[in-house]
Each structure stands twice: as structure tokens, then as C-alpha cells.
Design a protein around this ligand. Structure first.
Ligand SMILES: *Cc1c(COP(=O)(O)O)cnc(C)c1O
Length: 378
């Protein structure tokens, strides 16, 4: 098969080169310049977040969030077993303990019942990852957070523009994080953002993001010199990254339309086959507006999953699986605790297949993927 169908291809936005040239021709390529301002405004418009800060990655936005919440060695944060490593490392870096809980198999998202059972006097926050841009059960999670006085961290790397009952993801909890890694819907190579509702947290976040200084206030003319105010690090991206991000955000509607076209093609082509073969397809609850970040299926067994991936690879189609559960990983055992075995997460991870999904995937490539799946025998 000459024409490989790759898993993901970063989108090319029309204004990227012009924006980059404008930065390189200016005398300003360090952070917080014109494109950072412009991209931040677009991000706020898409998410409805009152406050947003561009960061060098989603991982760094999560680390900044952990600093803001003042996580320390006495604290526990409840984390879904099925999540990306950055969620757990941001907590472990503060010396806090990750308490891993199981997921809801219908969505791959954290199970509120498991969260309720894992809350202790030391619990400070719950980390929620909206898998595939499909919202977790935010009614139940927000209710638990309110009753127990817990912060909610939304790892919204997949969920830019998604919603739960019309409320934008990344803005429902205490803080939300976005990723602009080149595997995400909108990208600038590497990049991220922190979304905040609270003005006081925002005041502290902009200091922590700029090496612990009040440089942001200085740039706004609010202080006549900037100085060391707090702990922090360097989490601001360069204008070169912001210039690419700004161009991508200009094309956000086109990107999403294209991704939904691909997603809808899979969702229309596979149900009859899936029902016949006992395969579960990606499920979107009625309350959730998803972002077409990914499309997945869950095979009946791990063997049939491995077999399907190999079968597709033989036809030049790349369909990986991802993530390996955090609770049973080497660092998970060291930095976390797992009160109840996360059997649903292990099963979800063990049967998962993710299909190629990117904006310019052609109809003939999609037909090949669908045929590759439906003529697999096990
Ligand atoms: C990609 C991803 C991250 C990390 O994003 P970076 O910008 O690469 O740091 C974190 N969480 C989830 C769910 C992701 O998919």
C-alpha cells in the first residue's frame, strides 16, 4: 500500500508565515507581545474564560496550576487512572500525593462515584480530563467539589471549544489547561494556556508565569519597575509560538468543521458493524458538545484489539492506542496511591483503538480506514 494513512497531521493555517515574518522583522520575539495579546483574546472568545494566560505547554499550565493551588506534601489530589502523565507529574512535583480512581467506561472519564469514595481529610483537589473533548460528568463533580471544598483542575487539552450543558470546558472548575502541542486540534508546535475564573488567582498566576516578577503590571504601566514578588518559573511562550497560534485560532472554525466531518463519517459508517461484532464505539452523552479531537473504538478483547491494530498497519493505516493507566505505571506506584483497583481503566486501555483523525483526511482515505476495520476477522 503506497499511500499510508497516518494517525495525525498538524494543520497548516493560512496566515502562519506572514505572522512569523512580522515577528522576525520586529525587534520583539520574546513573550507577551502583540501576537500573545491577540491569541489570548481569541482564546478567551472561544472558551468564554474571563482570564487566560498563554504558557509554553499544557504540562506547564498544569504545573502553574499546582503552584496556584499551593499543593504540598500534606495534600492529596484525586486523579483518573486513565489520563496523561502531565496531570500526575504536576502534582508529584509539589510533593503531593496522586490518588488514582477508576473511570466511567462509557466515556473514559473520571467516575464521580469513585471520586466520592476516595475523598479524605487530605483531599485538596480533583483533576478532571475530558477525554477526546467529551465532558466528564460535571454536574456530579462540581457538586462533590462544592460539598467538600475541593478545587477542580480541568485538563482540557482535548476539549478546546467543547461544552457541558452549554458551559465551555476549561471554565467550569477552579482552573483549566489547554495544549497547543502539534497533535492537538489547534497548535503552535509546543504551547499551552491556563484558563482562570478568579481575578485574585489571575493576579498571582501572571507573576508566577514571569519568573515570580510583576513584569506584567510593569508592562501595563501599573508599577514603575518590576521586582521579585513570589515563587514562579518561566512559563511564557515566545512571540514566534504565539504568532503561529494566532494564525491557527483564526482558522478555528475551519479546523473544527473538517475534524467533525471526519468524526461524523466514522460515527455514520461503523454502528451496524459494531453492534454485530460486540464492539463499543465512542459515546457522547447528551449534555456534552464534543470537539472531534479523536475517534476511538473498544474491541471485545485485548487480543482482538492488538489484532486490529496489526491488520490496519498491514494496510498502511496507523491506529495506535494511548494511554497506559497511571496507577500501575512505575511512577504511579511511587508517587500515588490507589485505594480501589482501577479495573475499568485497565480494560478501557487494553481494548482501545484510536482512528486517524485530522482536518484534510480525504473521503477515499476514510473509506480505506472503514473497510480496513470492517473486513478484519477475529
Ligand atoms: C497533550 C496532552 C497534555 C500535555 O500537553 P503538552 O502541551 O504537550 O504539555 C496533557 N494532557 C492531555 C490530556 C493531553 O492530551
Amino acid at each position: 500500500m503506497s499511500d499510508r494513512v497516518i494517525f495525525s497531521r498538524p494543520y497548516r493555517a493560512s496566515r502562519e508565515l506572514a505572522n512569523l515574518e512580522a515577528v522576525l522583522d520586529s525587534d520583539h520575539s520574546h513573550g507577551d507581545g502583540r501576537f500573545t495579546k491577540s491569541a489570548t483574546a481569541k482564546l478567551k472568545a472561544i472558551t468564554g474564560a474571563p482570564h487566560a494566560l498563554l504558557t509554553t505547554s499544557c504540562t506547564h499550565a498544569l504545573e502553574l496550576g499546582a503552584l496556584l493551588l499551593e499543593l504540598g506534601p500534606d495534600d492529596e489530589v484525586i486523579v483518573p487512572s486513565f489520563a496523561f502523565t502531565s496531570a500526575a507529574t504536576s502534582i508529584a512535583l509539589r510533593g503531593a500525593t496522586c490518588v488514582f480512581v477508576d473511570i466511567d467506561t462509557r466515556t473514559g472519564n473520571i467516575d464521580p462515584v469513585a471520586v466520592a469514595e476516595a475523598i479524605t481529610a487530605r483531599t485538596k483537589a480533583v483533576l478532571v480530563m475530558h477525554y477526546g473533548g467529551v465532558a466528564a460528568d460535571m454536574d456530579a463533580l462540581l457538586d462533590l467539589a462544592e460539598r467538600h471544598g475541593l478545587a477542580i483542575i480541568e485538563d482540557n487539552a482535548h476539549g478546546l471549544g467543547g461544552a457541558w450543558r452549554g458551559r465551555r470546558l476549561g471554565t467550569l472548575g477552579t482552573l483549566g489547561t489547554q495544549s497547543f502541542h502539534d497533535t492537538k486540534n489547534v497548535h503552535c508546535g509546543e504551547g499551552g494556556a491556563l484558563l482562570l475564573n478568579d481575578e485574585i488567582l489571575m493576579g498571582r498566576a501572571e507573576i508566577m508565569r514571569e519568573k515570580g516578577t510583576d513584569r506584567a503590571r510593569f508592562l501595563r504601566g501599573q508599577v514603575d519597575k518590576y521586582s521579585w514578588q513570589d515563587i514562579g518559573s518561566s512559563y511564557l511562550p515566545s512571540e514566534l509560538n504565539a504568532a503561529v497560534l494566532d494564525a491557527q485560532l483564526d482558522d478555528f472554525e475551519t479546523i473544527q468543521k473538517e475534524r467533525h466531518r471526519v468524526w461524523d463519517t466514522y460515527a455514520a459508517a461503523l454502528p451496524e458493524w459494531a453492534a454485530r461484532k460486540g464492539v463499543h464505539l465512542m459515546h457522547v452523552p447528551a449534555e456534552a458538545e464534543h470537539t472531534a479531537h479523536l475517534y476511538y473504538l473498544r474491541m471485545p478483547t485485548e487480543d482482538s484489539r492488538d489484532g486490529l491494530i496489526a491488520h490496519l498497519a498491514g494496510r498502511g493505516i496507523v491506529a495506535p492506542f494511548h494511554y497506559v493507566p497511571l496507577d500501575s505505571s512505575a511512577a504511579g506506584l511511587k508517587y500515588g496511591r490507589t485505594p480501589v483497583a482501577c479495573v475499568r481503566s485497565a480494560e478501557f486501555s487494553g481494548t482501545l483503538v484510536r482512528l486517524p483523525l485530522w482536518p484534510m483526511l480525504t473521503e477515499s482515505q476514510l473509506t480505506r480506514v472503514v473497510e480496513g476495520i470492517t473486513d478484519y476477522r477475529w
